[in-house]
Design a protein around this ligand. Structure first.
Ligand SMILES: [Zn+2]
Length: 233
């Protein structure tokens, strides 16, 4: 009877162990194989690095001029006006680490309203988690914390503009803080509606009592500041 009992236990555990072995095997395969792929095979894989459309913000589509923030993604306008309201440069500085490689300049992936990704409201910079993220505007921190699809989000406002830094792994600025240009707001990450470590950088402009537009961040930095790797299908 005892032998039979032991046999049943083995019989029941075997499928579980096999399942676990398969999962471990699969993960090992992915982790070991992907970075070894030749360049031509990378684009499909690179897709993992980019976030998916920010659904809570898609009410922007169409006019991009007359919409109100929805649900959890709402970040109220504070009305702060202070020195240094000019936006310029990039929120991360090179060299940066992208997977196992060091790259001299930040990499630009999906761009604003990318052909592959028309609802995209900012610029994506694929970068390993833990890279310091700097504000590109001096101003007041009007959001600091988790925010639905944006993950850990910091928003800095000044003079009718907001700089959005999303998907952070950790936040190092508090709501109400007055920041200087270039201050670190947190570390890059992969939180919220994101399928791989990257920074989503967005710029919002207030256009009326209840309206705003997303601006193309690329008009606030120059070609020599980044390396374009494009956005995959
Ligand atoms: Zn993005």
């Amino acid at each position: 009877m005892k032998g039979f009992f032991r046999f049943s236990i083995v019989l029941m555990t075997a499928p579980l162990l096999c399942g676990a072995a398969l999962v471990v095997g699969y993960v090992m395969l992915v982790v070991l194989t992907i970075p070894q792929l030749p360049d031509w095979a990378q684009p499909g894989v690179e897709q993992w690095l980019f976030d998916v459309p920010q659904y809570a913000e898609t009410s922007d589509n169409g006019s991009y001029g007359n919409s109100t923030p929805a649900g959890m993604s709402a970040v109220p306008w504070d009305g702060y006006v202070g020195p240094g309201s000019e936006i310029y440069g990039l929120p991360l500085v090179g060299p940066i680490q992208h997977w196992s490689e060091w790259v001299g300049k930040p990499l630009l992936g999906c761009v604003f309203q990318d052909p592959h990704y028309r609802t995209h409201t900012g610029s994506d910079f694929p970068v390993n988690e833990g890279t310091p993220i700097h504000t590109t505007i001096a101003g007041k921190v009007v959001w600091s914390g988790s925010n639905g699809p944006w993950g850990n989000l910091v928003v800095v406002e000044n003079n009718g503009y907001q700089v959005w830094l999303a998907h952070l792994s950790s936040i190092q600025a508090s709501e109400g803080d007055i920041l200087n240009y270039g201050d670190v707001v947190g570390l890059s990450g992969n939180t919220g509606n994101s399928t791989g470590a990257h920074l989503h950088y967005g710029i919002k402009q207030k256009t009326g009592e209840k309206s705003y537009v997303w601006l193309n961040p690329q008009s606030f930095f120059t070609e020599d500041e980044f390396i374009s790797i494009g956005c995959s299908d």
